[in-house]
Design a protein around this ligand. Structure first.
Ligand code: DAH
Length: 360
């Protein structure tokens, strides 16, 4: 090999060794083997070499070309491997680390959805009163959703519920997407002997959609069955709950006579608020918040419970509604739009579950 080729090889190898990334490597390649590269120029100049030297010179140039191509490829493989190593090291995740209890605030931090948070709070408050959690299916039998609750086939209350029906089963009855959490009262009474004290949060469905109604929404049902249960237990329990949930120790609570097929007597429960400002607790206006009543003797009997021995009360309320009131959320629809900005604003901090000790 002539001196100029030896120099070119040494210089190129030095440049390759110095190339710290794939871009630098490519620059070296182009400088030597590209259209205007040094070696390309030498190959082009081969025609001007005296004929007796041309063969040898051509062979030397080609050997150099092959050697340099190999060196470039070797460097590329090494740089690729180094880049992968660096990425693996940078993205290393120690899965054995415990979760950080208080992650730093930042755009990547999640939040508990307000519906989930309200359910946690409800469970914490009623849990402290000795209630346990019960659940039931979203797709419900007609008898559980209506019949057993003393809502017979042609009862007008069925029309109120804008029910989603599924195709009829073998019994000719159409299953429904439960229109309320009340069927879980039936399932609980059929499944366990009194005394019973359960709270039932869950999804419910009605064909209804506007700023305050969604076809899927959430309710929480409560059921207490025991000996000698009276209206005063119902009132004490719900007043305590509402004051704890809204964090207003003297929140005015009003019980207003009403009608539900599955309770007798039935009552609507209102809380005091200011209609103009939306402020809860004062202002002299009343806002309806939930339905309640003493469990109808027919409902107890439908579940095999003797109404002469056992009495109870039940209640049901909309979770979205009390969440909107508590946090001043004006519109129901964003609850289900998965907009992280909304969630960040109204969501609760992660990893800080609702407990009565902290104040819910
Ligand atoms: N299920 C009723 C509804 O969705 C709410 C309700 C009212 C539930 C009174 C109850 C109750 O348990 O006692 O409109």
């Amino acid at each position: 090999m002539t001196d100029d080729l030896a120099t070119l090889q040494a210089e190129t190898e030095a440049a390759l060794a110095a190339a710290a990334d794939l871009r630098a490597l490519d620059a070296v390649r182009v400088g030597v083997l590209g259209k205007n590269g040094q070696l390309t120029a030498l190959l082009k100049g081969l025609g001007g070499v005296p004929a007796e030297q041309r063969k040898e010179r051509g062979a030397a140039l080609n050997r150099l070309k092959t050697a340099l191509e190999a060196a470039i490829e070797a460097r590329r493989v090494a740089l690729d491997a180094a880049a992968l190593e660096a990425r693996l090291a940078a993205e290393r995740l120690d899965v054995t680390l415990p979760p950080r209890p208080f992650p730093p605030a930042g755009p990547e931090q999640g939040a508990i959805h307000p519906i989930a948070r309200t359910i946690e709070e409800i469970v914490a408050i009623f849990g402290a009163m000795g209630f346990s959690l019960a659940e039931g299916p979203d797709v419900e039998g007609d008898w559980y959703n209506f019949g057993a609750l003393n809502i017979p086939d042609h009862h007008p209350a069925r029309q109120d519920h804008d029910t989603f029906y599924l195709p009829a089963g073998p019994d000719g009855r159409r299953p429904v997407l439960r229109t309320h959490t009340s069927p879980v009262q039936i399932r609980t009474m059929l499944g366990e002997a009194p005394p019973i004290r359960v709270i039932v949060p869950g999804r419910t469905y009605r064909a209804d959609h506007d700023a305050t109604h969604s076809p899927m929404f959430h309710q929480v049902e409560g059921l207490v069955i025991d000996r000698n249960i009276s209206l005063s237990h119902l009132k004490g329990c719900l007043i305590d709950f509402l004051r704890a949930f809204f964090g207003i120790s003297d929140l005015p609570v009003r019980f207003r006579s009403s009608y539900f097929p599955f309770t007798e007597p039935s009552m609507e429960v209102d809380i005091g608020w200011n209609r103009k400002t939306g402020e809860l607790g004062k202002g002299g206006d009343w806002l309806e918040i939930l339905g309640s009543g003493m469990v109808h003797p027919k409902v107890l009997a439908n579940c095999g419970i003797d109404p002469r021995e056992w009495q109870g009360f039940a209640f049901g309320m909309g979770i979205e509604r009390i969440t909107m009131l508590k946090h001043g959320i004006p519109d129901l629809r964003p609850f289900y739009e998965s907009d992280v900005r909304w969630l960040r604003h109204y969501g609760a901090p992660v990893l800080s579950p609702a407990t009565l000790a902290e104040g819910v």
